[in-house]
Design a protein around this ligand. Structure first.
Ligand code: PKZ
Ligand code: FAD
Length: 664
């Protein structure tokens, strides 16, 4: 039944204009048109075909990735794509490769931490891909504890060079993507040593491989760290190991925007805060939040479309069985994830704005919003990637047995996505950073320092401690102010309780360690408040399109009330709401699920994912699942022959032996 839209009835039920929602999802008409054009370009290019990658061995997979990365670069140049378009093309290629780190971390690290001269020296080479770089920070012994890194960069007065060295096994760089087999250069994080004095971790540009024959330069040991989780997944990336044996680099290859070393070996710290050495991580965390909405939207799109196609039970007098999407349990698992995808999209948009704002301020030497930018990027990175990773796995279960098939696209999506909970900062470690930020804001309340930005609500401490929700009917929970107040009161009370408990310790650090589990719950409540608030703020904007705003209002209420339901313990124990108000929220949630139901397919269509990008038979736009699943099974390499390799060698003798035994 090629060409038939099996989901047409579902699409006809929609109560809003999908084409307008596509623009809201993309962020602007320009962003929509760009994504639409580039995703189709990639989907129609046979080199970017990806339905066979999960059956490739590591070497074949890696070669296939190199081929795609080279082809992407060729197409970018042939078509004269700008930076934004090129990024989209690599995104829709949908196969992690060394280029992600080159463009995503190496180039931004030089831009953020290099002086103007250093940028002029290195960026033209990197931008033309005459050199390929990676971000070599993590070591075998330390990832989270950046200050604990062991690689050294010792200044040699005589030669005006730094000597890079890996003094211990645990100082081996371990994990950097693109390092293992491809990068010619790296931004290497190492302890700066001058005259036996340790100045802490700084970034250095080091050449790793010859530009003539690609062999490692003298003194450099380098390789891939081996297979990772899943089949294809992140195995298309050459995460690497690197050791330096007294490798010399010129002094001007230390990234010197934040601090400098002079020819005389004098360490000079500029007025720029030292934390800017961590700036590339802030940049990438902000991208990762945006990416979380994309990853979750892919899984939700697959699970929603398939839930409308799949039928189980409920047939009466020969009628159709029930579509599984009509089961309330399916809705209660799926629709909060749909709402979360939208919520993270708008949180990501806001975070991008915050990041741009902080960058502009930094140029003007205003560093005041850097701590807020760090706390928000760290916290939202943690929150959104954890939800997206768990959400992808939930979507797999929502698709029943077929969700476990590689051709559902979900196992691959899960395997490639879950390291996002670890890379760019372990999610727990990052929440602890948020908790520190909150405790600091609270400790400053009495000194007249008014909290600003996302912690401004803590300034209304007295009012929030008095707060009691005035909800009396289920519909009251639809009012944005009612929701925001409840979330603010819960977050404030959790943080204030932690602060009070911390004050009982004579050594605050001991208290912080002891109360860490409570602190990350308070940090989570704060981050959830940010996402809820940003969704609500988005809805205060003018949103054109027939029925679009109404749908987003429903999703926003689902996002908030689902969280309230899930964390009901927090809201009750802090005394923000009563059990009765909690059950009214739940009642409202059920009604909201019914409102989403007719719009569900259109809401996932609004993501505008091509079938190529989704890479899922269950999530096909046309819903033609069964014939395609059946067809796909026959393509498996095991089905190339009727009798598999090894049968005659191992199984046939066994069968024959058993038959002989039976005859005796
Ligand atoms: C297809 C195309 C896609 C392309 C799209 C591109 C995407 C690209 C691909 C991604 C693909 C994955 C690629 C993974 C790449 C890695 O994973 S790279 C390695 C990442 N590593 C990490 O994230 C390590 C995590 N650890 C850390 O960030 C820090 O060391 C920690 C945890 C913040 C602790 O730092 P610390 O200095 O020991 O800590 P602490 O004493 O707590 O902090 C000192 C002060 O600095 C502040 N601070 C700490 N960090 C920061 C910061 N970052 N900024 C500002 N201030 C900070 C603290 O708030 C504190 O301030 P005060 O309280 O003193 O005012
Ligand atoms: C796929 C992938 C790609 C990567 N790419 C790069 C790259 O390109 N460049 C690069 O430099 N690095 C890269 N990394 C490394 C990555 O950034 C680190 O693995 C990450 O920052 C976590 O650090 P860790 O491995 O030291 O974890 P650990 O800190 O050892 O974490 C182990 C456990 O300890 C807990 N823990 C640690 N510290 C604390 C604490 N203070 N309080 C409470 N609990 C704590 C954590 O929550 C976790 O449960 C990559 C990693 C992966 C998986």
């Amino acid at each position: 039944m090629e060409g038939v839209d099996h989901l047409a009835d579902e699409r006809n039920k929609a109560q809003f204009d999908v084409s307008d929602m596509k623009i809201v999802w993309a962020g602007s008409r320009h962003a929509y048109e760009l994504s639409d054009r580039i995703s189709r370009l990639v989907a129609s290019d046979p080199v970017f075909k990806k339905d066979n990658v999960s059956t490739l061995g590591r070497k074949e997979l890696f070669k296939n990735t190199l081929k795609k990365a080279a082809h992407a670069w060729k197409r970018i140049n042939e078509l004269g794509l700008n930076e934004e378009e090129a990024l989209k093309l690599r995104t829709f290629m949908d196969q992690p490769s060394f280029t992600d780190l080159h463009w995503g971390m190496f180039v931004p690290a030089i831009k953020g931490q290099g002086t103007d001269e250093q940028q002029q020296q290195w960026l033209p080479l990197a931008n033309k891909m005459q050199i390929i770089g990676c971000y070599a920070q993590t070591e075998l012994g330390h990832g989270s504890n950046v200050q604990g890194l062991e690689t050294t960069a010792t200044f040699d007065h005589k030669t005006d060079e730094f000597v890079l060295n890996s003094p211990t096994l645990t100082s081996s760089k371990w994990w950097p993507g693109g390092l293992g087999k491809i990068s010619t250069h790296a931004v290497v994080y190492a302890r700066l040593i001058i005259d036996d004095k340790d100045y802490g971790v700084h970034g250095f540009i080091a050449q790793l491989r010859s530009l003539n024959d690609h062999l490692p330069l003298p003194g450099i040991t380098i390789g891939d760290i081996g297979m990772k989780f899943g089949s294809a997944a992140y195995n298309s990336m050459d995460n690497g190991v690197l050791r330096f044996d007294h490798v010399r680099i010129p002094r001007n290859q230390m990234l010197m925007r934040v601090s400098q070393v002079t020819r005389e070996g004098k360490y000079v710290h500029s007025s720029v805060p030292r934390q800017l050495v961590y700036g590339t991580m802030v940049y990438v965390r902000q991208i990762i939040v945006f990416d979380a909405s994309v990853a979750l939207s892919r899984a939700v799109c697959i699970a929603t479309r398939y839930s409308a196609v799949r039928r189980q039970f409920g047939s009466q007098n020969g009628s159709h069985e029930t579509q599984v999407i009509d089961y309330k349990t399916q809705q209660a698992r799926l629709f909060p994830l749909l709402a979360s995808a939208y919520a993270f999209r708008f949180a990501g948009e806001w975070l991008k704005w915050l990041y741009t704002d902080v960058t502009e301020r930094l140029q003007a030497k205003d560093f005041s919003t850097l701590p807020e930018a760090h706390a928000c990027t760290a916290g939202l990175k943690s929150l959104t990637t954890s939800v997206a990773a768990d959400g992808i796995e939930e979507c797999r279960k929502l698709c029943g047995g077929h969700g476990y098939l590689s051709s559902s696209g979900l196992p691959e999506l899960f395997a490639v996505y879950i390291p996002a909970c670890t890379y760019e900062g372990d999610n727990v470690v990052l929440l602890l950073q948020v908790a520190r930020y909150l405790m600091k804001a609270i400790s400053q309340l009495n000194s007249g320092n008014k909290p600003v930005g996302t912690t401004a609500y803590l300034g209304r401490k007295e009012q929030l401690m008095q707060y009691r929700s005035d909800v009396v009917r289920a519909e009251d929970w639809l009012k944005p102010s009612v929701v925001v107040e409840a979330f603010e009161a819960r977050a404030a009370r959790m943080s204030l309780a932690c602060a009070q408990n911390l004050s009982k310790f004579s050594n605050p650090e001991d208290g912080f360690q002891e109360l860490a589990a409570d602190l990350i719950e308070a940090a989570t409540a704060h981050c959830q408040l940010i996402v809820v608030s940003k969704f609500i703020e988005k809805l205060q904007q003018d949103i054109p399109g027939n029925g679009v705003k109404q749908q987003l209002q429903v999703l926003c209420s689902i996002y908030a009330l689902f969280l309230l339901h899930k964390h009901i313990g927090d809201f009750l124990t802090t005394g923000c709401i009563t059990p009765k108000q909690g059950s009214l929220a739940n009642e409202q949630l059920r009604s909201l699920y019914s409102q989403v139901r007719p719009n569900a397919i259109a809401l996932v269509d609004a993501f505008n994912h091509t079938d190529h990008y989704l890479g899922s038979i269950l999530g096909r736009y046309d819903g033609n699942v069964y014939p395609k699943l059946y067809e796909e099974a026959w393509k498996d390499p095991l089905n190339d022959t009727v009798i598999p390799d090894g049968f005659h060698e191992y199984v046939e003798p066994l069968l024959k032996q058993q038959l002989r035994n039976a005859r005796l």
